[in-house]
Design a protein around this ligand. Sequence first.
Ligand code: ADP
Ligand code: ADP
Length: 228
Amino acid sequence: MIQLKNVYKKYPNGIVSLNGVNLEINQGEFVYVVGPSGAGKSTFIKMIYREEKPSAGQIMVNGLSLAKLKSKRVPYLRRQIGVVFQDFKLLPRLTVYENIAFALEVIETSPAAIRRRVMEVLQMVGLEHKAKMLPAELSGGEQQRIAIARSIVNIPKVVIADEPTGNLDPDTSWEIMRLFEQINARGTTIIMATHNREVVNAIRHRVIAIEDGLVVRDVAGGDYGYEA
Ligand code: ADP
Ligand code: ADP
């Protein structure tokens, strides 16, 4: 479902962040992306939801060729991709409910159906009782749960997460990982950049290591592979 062929990315400042990446990720896989800071992990993640464009090479996501994708078709791509960030990126002036409803692509959906869907994902992350609160009134772990609820409200085929546990304490990180496991168990592909070696070594999945813009390791059920 996701395919990169010879993907190369040079930023306008001359930095080459991806230097010929070839990869294939199938529907339903759970993939960790690991590697040192500055290796190109975030750039790789941004390529998939078309936050950045490759300088050369091809990227296919759900049958869409991203290099050729017109700007006006980007929303169509994003509807199929949920994104979760280290710093949550909730809209601060909207309530929890509104943050999720806002992300819902409303195509001939009745207000009652919207409400049902938002409450359903809030229930899935265990925070339906906080629907009326503002993000700042929640803990970091709760904010990340809301961000995860937002990421799945459109029932995407893939959820991409860039260091989703990077700002969270270990207990909270395990809870967040359990949610990703549940989402993956429903058939959603998960691609997660992470520095969390405990998590990677305990909950085994495919590990792709990137260094200096190149895939240097790609192992099913692999370990984190770097010293603490
Ligand atoms: P990682 O996520 O593994 O830390 P990044 O993909 O963020 O790596 O960065 C890879 C390289 O590209 C780094 O050298 C970084 O400084 C550079 N870089 C990242 N984003 C930009 C940008 N928007 N403009 C210029 N250089 C960037
Ligand atoms: P930007 O202009 O900063 O690129 P976007 O318009 O891409 O912002 O996104 C607006 C908000 O929606 C951001 O907070 C971003 O985190 C979130 N977002 C974007 N795409 C998705 C997605 N596919 N799934 C979930 N959240 C998303």
